[in-house]
Ligand binder design. Structure first.
Ligand SMILES: Nc1nc2c(ncn2[C@@H]2O[C@H](COP(=O)(O)OP(=O)(O)OP(=O)(O)O)[C@@H](O)[C@H]2O)c(=O)[nH]1
Ligand SMILES: [Zn+2]
Length: 306
């Protein structure tokens, strides 16, 4: 029997069976994750094979299908390196705002490079447009255009006034979408407008969870329509942590790639090296200064972490 993991408590899982029903499943034996030392072998979003146990509505996970992608964070356990937050994500929605509060480019670009590293497509969602004056709206269009040129789509909306909701719903349809964004940008408001009966939908799954057990470190997937899911990652505003070797950082900026290939040194970090084509492109206005600033700032952080 096949199923999809909707919720993890660390020791057992809520699984949606292919025929629609819910199961409570646990693991049998040891699962090995290639390469990574993980504190949790099964993650929300995993497609699994199950065997029913004697008890009604209870099963054992015997196999995990290959993941299309996954996001991780550092494990709190000393013996493991990483903890998988969720897997098989079709789309990451990064909710941003230009006012109240203003999301920094540094935050946006960090999110984008992490998503690049994880191979997760991102759509930027500019919320609170009801608060924007004419100048801010013009500025927003410039920002959207900049990201569009690099290859990132964006949408504008106002969760408060219900503007842009149909477009968002269409984009979410039949996908597993991760909702992220800085505190206060309106994620909860947005989800409540998009899925007014979400509480009802989650009750069915909550009924499978022990009362009083709060698993804030684990992600949860909410079914918001047929084959349509939202992933909520409590307490995680960014896409987890990945260790990116400095030489690979530039490659996570898609607009750097064609220029990087032409740099004189193949280990060029694009800071002050002679014959650096990325620097030339920045000077010629072919790469946005904002993005290059983000690049340098992330590079410096990497320096400080070592
Ligand atoms: N004017 C305006 N206010 C909004 C809009 N969307 C959300 N807000 C307000 O912004 C504030 C923050 O919204 P939340 O939905 O709690 O934000 P959040 O991203 O879930 O924040 P965290 O729970 O801290 O991560 C609330 O006061 C909302 O009413 C919008 O489109 N326009
Ligand atoms: Zn270079």
């Amino acid at each position: 029997m096949k199923g999809l993991v909707l919720k993890s408590t660390g020791s057992w899982y809520v699984v949606r069976k292919e025929d629609g029903g819910l199961l409570r499943a646990r693991l049998r034996g040891k699962f090995k994750n290639k390469g990574l030392k993980l504190s949790n072998p099964v993650a929300v979003g995993d497609h699994v094979t199950l065997e029913l146990e004697g008890e009604e509505g209870s099963a054992v996970i015997t196999e995990i299908a290959k993941r299309q992608n996954h996001i991780i964070r550092k494990s709190i356990h000393k013996t493991a390196h990483a903890h998988i937050i969720a897997s098989n994500i079709d789309l990451a929605f990064l909710v941003v705002t230009l006012v109240s509060p203003r999301t920094s480019f540094g935050f946006i670009d960090r999110f984008l490079i992490t998503a690049e590293a994880y191979h997760i497509p991102v759509t930027l969602l500019f919320n609170k447009i009801d608060l924007y004056d004419e100048d801010t709206l013009k500025y927003q269009e410039r920002v959207r255009k900049m990201y569009k040129q690099i290859g990132y789509d964006s949408l504008v909306c106002s969760a408060a006034e219900g503007i842009g909701m149909e477009e968002i719903k269409q984009l979410l349809d039949k996908k597993v979408t991760l909702f992220s964004g800085h505190s206060g940008v309106g994620k909860s408001t947005l989800v409540n407008v998009l899925v007014p009966d979400l509480d009802l939908k989650t009750t069915e799954i909550s009924a499978f969870s022990d009362k009083g057990v709060h698993t804030t470190t684990f992600a949860e997937m909410f079914e918001i329509g047929p084959e349509t899911y939202l992933i909520d990652t409590p307490g995680i505003k960014e896409l987890g942590i990945v260790d990116i070797p400095k030489e690979e950082l530039g490659g996570l900026f898609p607009e750097f790639r064609p220029f990087m290939a032409e740099c004189r040194f193949n280990n060029c970090l694009h800071v002050k090296e002679p014959g650096c084509k990325v620097l030339e492109a920045v000077e010629a206005g072919k790469i946005s200064l904002t993005r290059y600033d983000s690049y340098k700032s992330i590079l410096e952080d990497e320096d400080n972490r070592r």
